[in-house]
Design a protein. Structure first.
Ligand code: GA4
Length: 329
């Protein structure tokens, strides 16, 4: 038994574990069809940098089709999946996240959603799998992007600025968006040994403007509240979750804060999540929106483009504060 436990720990050695926290019931819920949504979105971004969207208009069959295709992909033999890796950053990856030594109990596919820029490995995934996979990804992204723009338009109205002041960044044909399918396999051995959960995706903030997350009914997502406490987000496979990203934090000059989050793998159930990351065009300046600045208000950040930020992000570790080098001290 001792030998066996040692083996299990050796096997998991580089991946950290963490105690679970209680499910949090206070996540703001925004009904996109509610005329009050615009003010509620602004409040949720100020208080949490995170909220849940219902009445989102994305059809169940688009979601179901893509979930089924994604599961089919993750069920392929390891050697088949690895033909679409290692990620560059696009493609299939397992356990390693990003280029700087971060690891987690996860396998994933990262895709660039801009067709001109789609990487060879991403194309491989789409080519080698039935055409239905490609269609499912494309149709899903189209619908989620539309919803993300609707959220950004409501947000802009809530902030009392031009309706398109934020959404145009995603609508622009040069917008730099990506899409991630994450699969967190169950991990019963570790649960039996220690009562802890393996970290699937370590703590981080998302660099983009907003991220739109859809998961199955398995818990695991944790967010950090403004008081520094971590809470577990109750899973809800009928809704979408929205994260404020670093770029939106800068555009609102810190009024909205990007939300720190992480995912713990479940010991028994596998977790599947699908995340659309809405980023601006590469040459776009990321700076506080003049229409949001009070008279005499100073920018908290020096000027930079989304390209500068991405470049610097890819030199960082997941948990690093990526906005640090851009802050005016
Ligand atoms: C975090 C959010 C998105 O998943 C992602 C990640 C990216 C990657 O996995 O390639 C990064 C990470 C994310 C931020 C810091 C860098 C880049 C891994 C990493 C260590 C696709 C993104 O845009 O930034």
């Amino acid at each position: 038994m001792v030998v066996q436990s040692q083996l299990v720990f050796d096997h998991f050695a580089p991946i950290k574990s963490c105690k679970r926290t209680a499910l949090f019931t206070g996540i703001p819920v925004i009904d996109l069809k509610d005329p009050e949504a615009k003010t509620q979105i602004v409040k949720a971004c100020e208080d949490f940098g995170f909220f849940k969207v219902i009445n989102h208009g994305v059809s169940d069959h688009l979601i179901g089709d893509l979930e089924a295709q994604a599961l089919k992909f993750f069920q392929l033999p390891q050697s088949e999946k690895e033909k679409a890796g290692p990620p560059d950053p696009f493609g299939y990856g397992s356990k390693r996240i990003g280029p700087n030594g971060d690891v987690g109990w996860i396998e994933y596919v990262l895709l660039n959603t801009n067709h001109e820029l789609i990487s060879e490995k991403s194309l491989f995934i789409l080519r080698e799998n039935p055409e239905v996979f490609r269609c499912a990804v494309e149709e899903y992204i189209l619908a989620v992007k539309e919803m993300a723009c609707e959220v950004l338009e409501a947000m802009a109205l809530g902030l009392r600025i031009e309706k398109s002041a934020l959404s145009w960044l995603l609508k622009d044909e040069r917008s730099d968006c990506c899409f991630r399918l994450n699969h967190y396999p169950p991990c019963p051995e570790l649960e039996a040994l220690s009562g802890r959960n393996l970290i699937g995706f370590g703590e981080h903030t998302d660099p983009q403007i907003i991220s739109v997350l859809k998961s199955n009914n398995t818990a695991g997502l944790h967010i950090c509240l403004r008081d520094g406490n971590w809470v577990s987000v109750p899973p809800d496979n009928a809704s979408f979750f929205i994260n404020v990203g670093d770029s939106l934090q800068v555009m609102t000059n810190g009024r909205f804060k990007s939300v720190k989050h992480k995912v713990l793998a479940d010991p028994i159930k596998s977790r599947l999540s699908m995340i659309y990351f809405g980023g601006p065009p590469l040459n776009e300046k990321i700076a506080p929106l003049p229409s949001l600045m009070e008279e005499g208000e100073q920018s908290l950040y020096r000027e930079f483009t989304w390209w500068d930020y991405k470049n610097s992000a890819y030199k960082s570790r997941l948990a690093d504060c990526r906005l640090g080098p851009f802050e005016i001290k």
